[in-house]
Design a protein around this ligand. Structure first.
Ligand code: BDR
Ligand code: CA
Length: 313
């Protein structure tokens, strides 16, 4: 058994966030030290509740879930009910969670965990807007060198944006927070739309979750069937992109992904291109390489991993 990697998942569930959480909870190589919720796909009240629903679905009511920022640093909250449904987790019937929300604020939890645990042992996995992570860095800058790595879903370059022509949802919702994170000097692995748009579900792949014959398998298939319909219509594909699970899959099997080290800068001033991640893929500037930007995925390997790990729950 390989050594446990300790992670904090920062998230705004969201069906694809939910699958990412299930993948982490189904993987013995990962220790989920906490889940921090942020406002994003739907308001915070729903994202923190959805995170608890998913822990219970996975049979892990022991996982600590914390509520964080209620809105982005500078801008009004933009949500995505048109993609994820009114609850953020439309699709399966999931009971109201019995497990309690933790009292501590998510930002306090992130700071205290990073200051309390051995330096270089905690990986942050942001799956939503970066508000909580930026607030933690502002609150206690000494956490920055103690973070092992940030592996995040956000941004896009060759694919353009999914919420505006230039910007991907997570970065668009809180571009100022993203700017703080990308300037932090912390090692970053980035899963932009360029790679997540290649992690497409299909009727056959969704059926494979149902064929598990478990509660988790059926709920996942129900989630994906709801979630896919929006992007199938938008992009004309058979299936939708499973963005957030790419983050967890990378921790488990980095060889599934290919990318390169680049400078990534976030647009925070132009309304037209607000939240665009300007990726210097061709190295045409002298700006420092601040992220490993992924562009390719072994999608068959990725789905095989998902089915196998969710099958353990
Ligand atoms: C990202 O936005 C959300 O809708 C998804 O959960 C994912 O994190 C994709 O742009
Ligand atoms: Ca998300």
């Amino acid at each position: 058994m390989p050594a446990l990697r300790k992670i904090i998942i920062d998230t705004d569930p969201g069906q694809d966030d939910a699958v990412a959480i299930l993948l982490a909870l189904g993987s013995a190589e990962l220790e989920v030290v906490g889940i921090t919720a942020v406002a994003g796909n739907v308001p915070l009240k729903l994202t923190e509740k959805n995170a608890r629903k998913i822990c219970e679905l996975a049979g892990r009511p022991d996982i600590k879930v914390f509520a964080g920022a209620i809105r982005p640093l500078m801008r009004e909250l933009v949500t995505a009910e048109e993609v994820h449904g009114k609850t953020g987790l439309n699709g399966p019937e999931l009971a109201e969670p019995a497990m309690k929300l933790q009292d501590r604020h998510a930002v306090d939890f992130i700071v205290e965990t990073l200051m309390g645990e051995e330096s270089g042992t905690i990986t942050l996995c942001p799956l939503g807007p970066l508000t909580n992570i930026a607030l933690a860095l502002i609150r206690e800058p000494r956490i920055a060198p103690r973070i092992k790595e940030i592996v995040l879903m956000g941004g896009g370059f060759f694919e353009g944006g999914n919420v505006t022509p230039a910007a991907e949802f997570n970065i668009y919702v809180d571009p100022h927070a993203a700017d703080i994170v990308f300037r932090s000097g912390i090692p970053i692995v980035m899963m932009p739309l360029d790679v997540t748009h290649k992690a497409l579900t299909s009727a056959r792949r969704t059926q494979a979750f149902r064929d598990l014959g478990t509660r988790v398998g059926n709920a996942t298939a129900d989630m994906l069937e709801f979630f896919e319909r929006f992007d199938e219509e938008k992009y004309g594909t058979d299936g939708g992109p499973l963005h957030d699970p790419c983050v967890i899959a990378y921790l488990l099997k980095p060889a599934l992904f290919k990318g390169r080290h680049c400078n990534v800068s976030v647009e925070t001033t132009s309304e037209l291109t607000m939240g665009m991640t300007v990726i210097d893929w061709w190295g045409v500037t002298k700006r420092p390489k601040n992220a490993l930007v992924m562009r390719d995925i072994d999608h068959d390997g990725f789905f095989a991993l998902l089915v196998e790990r969710l099958g353990r729950l």
